[in-house]
Design a protein around this ligand. Structure first.
Ligand code: ADP
Ligand code: MG
Length: 337
């Protein structure tokens, strides 16, 4: 690299906007390892994600936006655990030391790092195809983390935000013919771009739901697939879930640009939403709703856990259909715009 490795790190990864001080960070960028000291009574929560060019994001993605997505998807995992972000480390493989790209990438990271008070404290920089790995560290009062494994029959299922916007955004980014492009104005396109590159990490929601949600995860592979993880982790004797197709929260942009017959399927199967899906015991439902008041986050009840088999979709007529990839069309007709 024309720009030396150490100078590159100093300029773009040790910048004070990004590698700022934090009460729990004893040593950050610059030594062989970083050091954290958590306050007494807290547990460390760690999560890591790799994003590869052309697999997890389009080639030539805007580095300012891409950086935000890379950090936010990791913070979303901390949110799903009910953890407060502390700091993150970054392993990046770069095809070249392009300073324009690095400056924008560093600014994007700093924007999210500052918003969540979560500084960069170390990493590794190598040459190779563009690949970005971030490990985020968070803290949670001991024993209070939200796990996937606590759901019981009778619990209600809630999701934050809207579902399917990131999948719609991917249709837009990849020029999918099914997207009704003519229905989109500049504001819609902004909203889609934001859904993909700047998903909200629902940190405050996760923290507010400590002690109230019985199980939680963030939706990265699509609600249908991710809810299965809660069922599998919680399963004894065996748990299923009923999801009401008409209750799925959909944005106005989504309703306008996705064909009615595809909406429920895309909201259920589309990945990358990074909204939280949580189960709540009925006895704690009102407390959970109250705890989220004032956070400005849509919190929608979409169904319930039972002892039936797998996930079933309930249409407006009350009929239930087993969820399967081929089954989507059975219920998509129930949606009205
Ligand atoms: P070592 O050879 O001891 O592994 P490196 O030369 O890889 O150290 O890194 C030097 C310092 O710069 C370390 O503190 C490391 O954490 C930090 N660093 C390297 N790359 C990054 C990066 N992409 N982001 C943040 N810190 C980095
Ligand atoms: Mg070393």
């Amino acid at each position: 690299m024309a720009l030396g490795e150490f100078e590159l790190i100093r300029r773009y990864f040790a910048a004070p906007e990004l590698a700022f001080a934090h009460a729990d960070v004893v040593a950050g960028v610059g030594d062989d390892g970083a050091i954290l000291t958590l306050p007494p009574g807290f547990q460390l929560v760690m999560s890591i994600d790799t994003l590869n060019e052309s697999i997890h994001f389009p080639a030539n993605a805007d580095p300012f936006l891409l950086a935000q997505r890379c950090l936010l998807v990791n913070l979303s995992d901390l949110a799903a655990m009910g953890a407060q972000p502390v700091a993150f480390i970054l392993a990046i493989s770069l095809p070249s030391a392009n300073e324009t790209w690095l400056a924008a990438f560093s600014r994007g990271l700093a924007k999210i790092a500052q918003a969540h008070r979560c500084p960069l404290i170390g990493g590794d920089t190598t040459r190779g195809p563009l690949s970005i790995t971030i490990q985020a560290h968070g803290k949670v009062p001991a024993g209070n983390a939200l796990l996937r494994s606590g759901a019981s029959a009778g619990d209600v299922v809630y999701v934050t935000g809207d579902l399917g916007d990131a999948a719609a955004a991917l249709w837009w980014l990849l020029d999918d013919a099914r997207l009704n492009r003519s229905a989109l104005d500049a504001r819609d396109i902004d909203a889609l771009q934001q859904a993909f590159y700047q998903p909200d990490a629902r940190i405050n929601v996760g923290i507010a739901l400590r002690g109230l949600a019985s199980a939680a995860l963030d939706i990265s592979d699509g609600l249908a697939s991710d809810l299965q993880h809660i069922l599998a982790a919680s399963a004894y004797p065996a748990l299923g879930a009923v999801i009401e197709a008409d209750a799925l929260p959909l944005s106005d942009t989504f309703r306008r640009c996705i064909p009615v017959t595809e909406q429920a399927a895309l909201a259920l199967s589309g990945g990358d939403d990074y909204e939280l899906c949580v189960t709540v015991p009925v006895a704690k439902e009102n407390a959970a709703i109250a705890a989220l008041k004032g956070l400005g986050v849509r919190f929608t009840r979409i169904g319930y856990i039972d002892e039936g088999e797998g996930i079933r979709i309930q249409t407006s007529s009350g009929q239930q259909h087993p969820l399967s990839l081929t089954g989507y069309n059975h219920f998509s007709d129930s949606r009205q715009v």
